[in-house]
Design a protein around this ligand. Sequence first.
Ligand code: AMP
Ligand code: ZN
Length: 134
Amino acid sequence: MDCIFCKIISKKIPSDIVYEDDNTIAFLDISPVNKGHTLIVPKKHSENLIASEEKDIHESLNVIKKITPAIIKTVKADGWNLGVNNGPAAGQIVKHTHFHIIPRFSNDGLKHWHKKSYAEAESKQIAEAIRKEI
Ligand code: AMP
Ligand code: ZN
């Protein structure tokens, strides 16, 4: 398997690691959206969030809670986004589950997603279809 994050985890390629324990690693994104952009990565390989084991996700969320205040303090951010890209259509490039911590600055110029609206009764139909599917 040719997975760049598995290579980072096994130290076959270098990265700027900010935190590591038995289950999780966190390192700086090589192409940051903003300074301090950090990836939190379960060490056990899985392709995406849904394919991950629950305990690995829990561990990653614990690490996010633990290290994000330090990231924000270090780069003096005004806020932060937590991001997970799932599938190519959503911008996932690396097929190893990971969370993006993106520090935000009041003047960073980034725009939030453009929002759409539902047609008459469409939201009720979609919500019902999702409820049936769960
Ligand atoms: P995604 O688009 O959610 O799959 O995000 C993958 C992220 O991994 C991108 O933001 C890349 O900039 C980042 N990335 C790719 N290769 C490396 C690397 N060797 N070290 C650090 N970050 C990387
Ligand atoms: Zn991997």
